[in-house]
Ligand binder design. Structure first.
Ligand code: ATP
Length: 384
């Protein structure tokens, strides 16, 4: 096994804008690191540079303490699982899994032992004689993983390995990959654009945007303390609500009403004028279900419920709001960080399934103001 260190890695294709722009990232021995970000952010390029399928324009790639920039992929001792599985159609499952061992001229009985072991871990023993064409998507995915684990590689690299599977199978395979990685304890780098995979699989998550690292943190820290608007909007489903807010007297005036801030937050917004307040859907509650005496630091406001969606264990409510046009315009002008749909005109609220709120009626909501995030619209930075 090995650590992976990236030092000031840059990748330029031709004369264009760098696909990867000065990335420095340390992945510890045995760590499960997720690279996540929207399409084109450079995550696959970064993975391909680790494995050696792409040249590095500048910077150092260090694996297990050795600089590998000039090493061929086969000399890096890494196992990669591709999105399309890359199985050999004419070979049986057994021979597909055995393939890396054959390349190393491993003796037959050793091949048999290791393939059987991998097939046991992945529950593939019944299918060893079949050809890939006769397998389901999930089984093919397992064969690809079998081929990756059959030899003792220093690290596993996964490039969107589940994106060709349906939602149910994706969930199952996700759990299997997590279990396998824990069992083998092998350094793993996993590329995905799916934030559920990002949040459930890794020890740490690296969020990329336009070739730049935005934040590297545990899933929990990313969710609770996103460093900027981009991370806050990217992580979480349904997404965080961003409302325009003006600062006055240690509190915030928002389209829903006033939010009183605790001391730390009030200090953070001192001297600011126009801000964006970030509220996750579950920071709201149905006020009639909240014992205010027990939870003093909250704001209560009344809003009209447009649509509700009942999910069994909770429900979403969509509550429209009016932000003064000049405030929205000013925010758009200030902010380079905002996508236009981030300035929505409705908030999504996630509340208890037992709540009796009704579509088309006013309801009272309680907001935990100790949880709200406050963003500088100019820099996107989370001030709280
Ligand atoms: P996706 O999720 O869509 O695969 P990604 O985050 O993995 O995206 P990359 O494939 O790493 O992104 O691409 C990063 C940037 O580099 C993109 O702007 C892409 O168009 C560009 N790029 C990738 N490969 C090449 C190439 N071979 N030649 C030129 N530009 C490329």
């Amino acid at each position: 096994m090995a650590s992976i260190e990236m030092r000031n890695i840059v990748k330029k294709y031709g004369d264009g804008f760098p696909a990867v722009n000065d990335v420095s990232l340390d992945i510890a021995d045995g760590e499960f690191m997720i690279l996540v970000g929207p399409s084109g952010c450079g995550k696959s390029t970064l993975l391909r540079m680790i494995v050696g399928l792409e040249d590095i324009t500048s910077g150092d790639m260090v694996i297990g303490g050795t600089r590998v920039n000039d090493k061929a992929p086969r000399d890096r001792n890494l196992s990669m699982v591709f999105q399309n599985y890359a199985l050999y159609p004419h070979l049986s499952v057994y021979e597909n899994i055995a393939f890396p061992l054959r390349l190393q001229n491993t003796p037959d009985d050793e091949v048999r032992r290791r393939v059987t072991e991998a097939a046991d871990v992945l529950e593939l023993h019944e299918h060893l004689e079949r050809k890939p064409a006769n397998l389901s998507g999930g089984q093919r995915q397992r064969v690809a993983m079998g081929r990756a684990i059959v030899r003792s590689a220093d690290a596993f690299l996964f490039d969107e390995p589940l994106s060709n599977l349906d939602a149910k199978l994706r969930g199952q395979m996700r759990t299997e990959i997590a279990r396998l990685q824990r069992r083998l304890g092998i350094t793993t780098v996993y590329v995905t654009h799916d934030q559920t995979e990002a949040m459930t699989l890794g020890d740490r998550v690296c969020v990329l945007r336009k070739g730049l690292i935005q934040q590297v943190a545990s899933p929990r820290e990313l969710y609770e303390q996103p460093v900027n608007l981009f991370v806050a909007g990217f992580i979480g489903s349904p997404p965080m609500n961003f409302l325009p807010a003006t600062v006055s007297g240690g509190g915030l005036d928002t389209p829903f009403g006033r939010i009183e801030l605790d001391e730390r937050r009030a200090k953070a917004v001192e001297g600011k004028d126009l801000l964006l307040v970030g509220i996750r859907p579950e920071y709201f509650e149905d006020a009639s279900l909240v014992d205010e005496a027990k939870r003093p630091l909250g704001s209560v406001f009344t809003a009209r419920v447009d649509v509700t969606e009942w999910l069994g264990d909770s429900q979403y409510a969509y509550i429209p709001y009016d932000a003064p046009e000049e405030v929205n315009l000013k925010l758009k002008e200030l902010s380079r960080e905002l996508d236009s749909d981030q300035l929505r005109t409705q908030a999504i609220v996630s509340i208890d399934a037992t709540s009796r709120i009704r579509e088309g009626r006013d309801a009272q909501f309680w907001l935990d103001s100790r949880k709200v995030h406050v963003f500088d619209p100019e820099t996107g930075e989370n001030l709280t």
